[in-house]
Ligand binder design. Sequence first.
Ligand code: PPS
Length: 297
Amino acid sequence: MSENHELIPRSVLIPIEGVLLADHIAKNYDAVSAFCPDPSDLLIATYPKAGTTWTLEIVDLLLHNGDLEICRRAPIPVRTPFLENFARVGIPSGLDLLATMDPPRVIKTHLQFHLIPKGFWENKCKVIYVARNAKDNLVSYFHFNHMNLTHPEPGPWEGYIQKFMRGQVPWGSWYEHVKGYWKERENKNLLFLFYEDMNENPRREIERIMRYLDLSLSDDVISRIVEQTSFKNMTTNPTVNYSFIPEPVFDHSRSTFMRKGIVGDWKNHFTPEQAGAFDEDYEKKMKEVNIPFRTQL
Ligand code: PPS
């Protein structure tokens, strides 16, 4: 470990209304909860590693008629503030950034449904939720917890599966997160998307987002957005590949942020026994809902 790594301690998780949050986010939660959005603001909510950055980039391009230059004006967390996040290596906190921006704004959050500031619902803001199947989401989070040195040390793979199943990771239980938004999707102004659908047919899902945002873009512009937001192009785009977050926050030698971008990578990580035990537990936790996740395409 380099000397730099010791500058930022890995966070400790603290429960807020039953959800484990990193201490620096938990201690700021009252201010986040009091944030009052404008009705024109758009919220993009996800469990971490479910396709947040991909969706934010798609939305930014849609809102700017596919203009690549405008959408390279700043790194993605500056263009689309991360509501609850603290300031890091030159990027102000979500609340500080929002205070400098006029609506309409595109706002990122990983907060569970019941922790979302009430103003989003009172003002009937549009909300896009993106969900990813649990096993691939876990794999992606495992690698990210290793490279993000502000997250608690994930430890070895087998133990990490248990932590994920118990919700002992930043932003808490995947199961409660997904169920919270799924159950409310028809009561709120909420578009519920799946990472797997985006992977299978990005054009179809980009057009779905476009319609939800009441936009009408030409076929050529949509084609450009599909191309620009492909995994390959996002990997080399310095405004979205998180190369702008250097050590000691992200250790890119442990994993890249744009890692594989596929459906089914869990098969390269779970043993058959681990997958069996995970699925058995999953059935119990998810039995009251029928969310059509796909674990392979
Ligand atoms: S974060 O930290 O929560 O904001 O991360 P998030 O952006 O939600 O998720 C990162 C994962 O999304 C993958 N990704 C993509 N997949 C396919 N196509 C595109 N364009 C794309 N952009 C990002 C990224 O590779 C991470 O998944 P894994 O499985 O780790 O590769």
